[in-house]
Ligand binder design. Structure first.
Ligand code: HEC
Length: 193
């Protein structure tokens, strides 16, 4: 595919990163760099040798360095933007924090345009106190906006998955719901309540 330049651009970001050379105990590859190598193998096999040379066991970018992990994440993200190869979509592995923090990130990305404190469409403010304003709270449809432990009984979950039984419209309106990964994050959060 002729995008060999990318590996070197990315690798330059981690010069001085971890190395296994001269060390008594082998440095384990980071999860991020292993994922990046898998991503390149799927998206651009022609670039694989270069990537392994840099991020594999003998590479100067190998090891548990934060810089190297970040470079691998960036490389995978760039490649995903170019190829849409699922193996390069590392969103799942980069979601960090508690289920509540992950849920807040989804709401931040998809919902606050209309459900901020200032706009609060449908009389729903998801910004000021997302948990307090939704969990166990009965909404405009006389149903719980978020029913602890029960996504299917939660108006919010039915809306973001565009369930046919949803009261009102799907959320965001007319979108058919949020991407499946994001719906799964909200589901996990609700189930854990
Ligand atoms: C483009 C504006 C817009 C966006 C973006 C949006 N909403 Fe809404 N939302 C509305 C409107 C308008 C209503 C009232 C109509 C309805 O209930 O279908 C509403 C109502 C709701 C309700 C019903 C509240 C109740 O009282 O039961 C929930 C829950 C909700 N939205 C969740 C979300 C979530 C979660 C997101 C993000 C994934 C989101 N909305 C994104 C406009 C929006």
């Amino acid at each position: 595919m002729g995008r060999g330049w990318m590996w070197f651009v990315v690798c330059a970001a981690c010069s001085g990163g971890g190395t296994s050379e001269g060390s008594d105990t082998p440095v384990p590859a980071t999860e991020a760099c292993e994922a990046y190598i898998d991503c390149v193998a799927a998206a651009d096999p022609a670039g694989l040798d270069d990537v392994i040379a840099a991020y594999g066991e003998d590479g100067s970018c190998y090891g548990e360095s934060v810089d190297c992990s970040a470079a691998c994440d960036d490389g995978a993200r760039d490649l995903f933007a170019l190829t849409a190869e699922p193996a390069c979509d590392l969103e799942d592995t980069t979601v960090s924090g508690t289920p509540e923090e992950a849920a807040l990130a989804v709401v931040d990305a998809h919902c606050l345009g209309c459900h901020s404190a200032a706009s609060a469409l449908g009389n729903l403010d998801l910004e000021t106190d997302f948990v307090g304003g939704t969990v166990g709270v009965v909404g405009a449809y006389d149903e719980l906006i978020v029913a602890p432990g029960d996504p299917e009984a939660s108006t919010l979950y039915l809306k973001v998955t565009a369930d046919p039984d949803v009261p009102g419209t799907d959320m965001p309106p007319g979108s058919g719901g949020v991407p499946a990964d994001d719906a799964a994050i909200l589901r996990t959060w609700i189930e854990g309540l």
